[in-house]
Design a protein around this ligand. Structure first.
Ligand SMILES: NC(=O)C1=CN([C@@H]2O[C@H](COP(=O)(O)OP(=O)(O)OC[C@H]3O[C@@H](n4cnc5c(N)ncnc54)[C@H](O)[C@@H]3O)[C@@H](O)[C@H]2O)C=CC1
Ligand SMILES: [Mg+2]
Length: 340
């Protein structure tokens, strides 16, 4: 039988923010998301994060870390004019969030404007998102991913899939409408379950042939339409490794921008310790193996795996801390530690 879901941890945001300021911020954000006039006003005093062909602009700071530079709207207008663009383009910025001080945050792709010239003007570098996600700290990594996900969605949803007519966005970019069919389109995410299976002593990790050498992760799969999360999880484990899950515990969730927006729901699951024979579906996975606590603890200490002369990692390692798979593995190791 499946166990009822149980929250295993209290995320920081649940305890650290005062509810009054959080409520007012969320209401402010919702207003500028829904009301075009309010959003235009917010853009005038807001912060803009720049992208070039969906690669975010990062800046190396004096304190020796990469940062996501927040530009003022008038600065972006100036840069656009200076580099031969139209300053009105800034109105295409997309709302992504707002700061603790209620300043709206937007993402904007400079498009055809020369990359090197923008980099020089902004004293930064456009970096591929996979790299940027790794280089940024704290809340900047999910923020930059969200900004890119929204820009990508707008770039690929310019036409109605029913009529073929152009769709029009609202000012914040929270939706697009086809005025011919009346269909409203909203940014889309694909729900994915990611699960760390345990037999009580070991945990099961797998790898796809596209993963970097030596890296094993928790098993994951897209939910099918009409499935519950629990059904998707049980099906994926049965399909990919031929095991039947006995219990499930919810752990947390994450927006994952690669290759496109997925909504990752992370869980722990157990199997009967007498039924642990793994039969890998080679279409889906290159390999899946049971790992001991000692092996997992060792892998968790590896920040950058050692590499051979072809640049390939030479040891067993697990996804980095920004991936929710890492948190599942860390949580499992902590629990095993408490048991022993
Ligand atoms: N954040 C994290 O820690 C981790 C994230 N992931 C992510 O989880 C996702 C799913 O994992 P997989 O094992 O690849 O899934 P999967 O086991 O469902 O296999 C992928 C296949 O599912 C099909 N599919 C069904 N719906 C799809 C959709 N909406 N989008 C794309 N393909 C769809 C496609 O045929 C695709 O080849 C991947 O995008 C991966 O990047 C995976 C491991 C760790
Ligand atoms: Mg999978």
């Amino acid at each position: 039988m499946l166990q009822p879901l149980r929250i295993l941890f209290r995320p920081k945001w649940m305890v650290s923010r005062s509810s009054a300021s959080y409520v007012s911020r969320m209401r402010h954000l919702n207003k500028i998301k829904e009301e075009d006039e309010a959003c235009r006003a917010a853009l005038q005093s807001g912060n803009i994060f720049l992208y070039h062909k969906l690669a975010p602009l990062l800046r190396w700071t004096d304190s020796g870390i990469y940062q996501l530079p927040a530009l003022q709207t008038k600065d972006v207008e100036e840069i656009l004019e200076k580099l031969g663009g139209d300053k009105e383009m800034v109105k295409e910025s997309i709302l992504i969030n707002c700061t603790e001080q209620n300043e709206a945050q937007f993402s904007f792709d400079v498009g055809a404007i020369d990359q090197a010239a923008v980099e020089e003007q902004c004293r930064g570098t456009f970096v591929d998102l996979r790299k940027a996600f790794f280089l940024l700290r704290g809340s900047e990594a999910p923020l930059v991913a969200r900004g890119q996900a929204l820009l990508r969605w707008h770039q690929t949803n310019g036409f109605c899939s029913s009529t073929g007519q152009p769709t029009q966005r609202n000012q914040s970019g929270s939706q697009r409408v086809c005025h011919s069919s009346g269909i409203t389109y909203y940014p889309k995410m694909s729900p994915v379950v990611i699960v760390l299976v345990s037999d009580g002593k070991r945990c099961l990790l797998g790898r796809q042939s596209t993963f970097p050498r030596g890296m094993y992760s928790a098993l994951a799969g897209f939910c099918d339409i009409g499935e519950t999360m629990e059904e998707a999880l049980r099906r994926e484990i049965a399909e990919e490794v031929g095991l039947e899950v006995e219990s499930i515990q919810y752990s947390g969730s994450q927006h994952w921008p690669f290759p496109q927006s997925s909504f990752m729901v992370a869980c722990h699951a157990t199997v009967n310790p007498d039924k642990t024979h793994v039969s890998v579906d080679k279409e889906e996975l290159e390999d899946a193996q049971w790992f001991s606590l000692e092996e997992v603890q060792e892998a968790l200490t590896i920040k950058v795996p050692p590499r051979n002369n072809k640049g390939e990692p030479t040891v067993f390692w697990v996804p980095p801390s920004y991936a929710i798979a890492n948190r599942l593995i860390q949580e499992w190791a902590n629990q095993q530690h408490l048991k022993s």
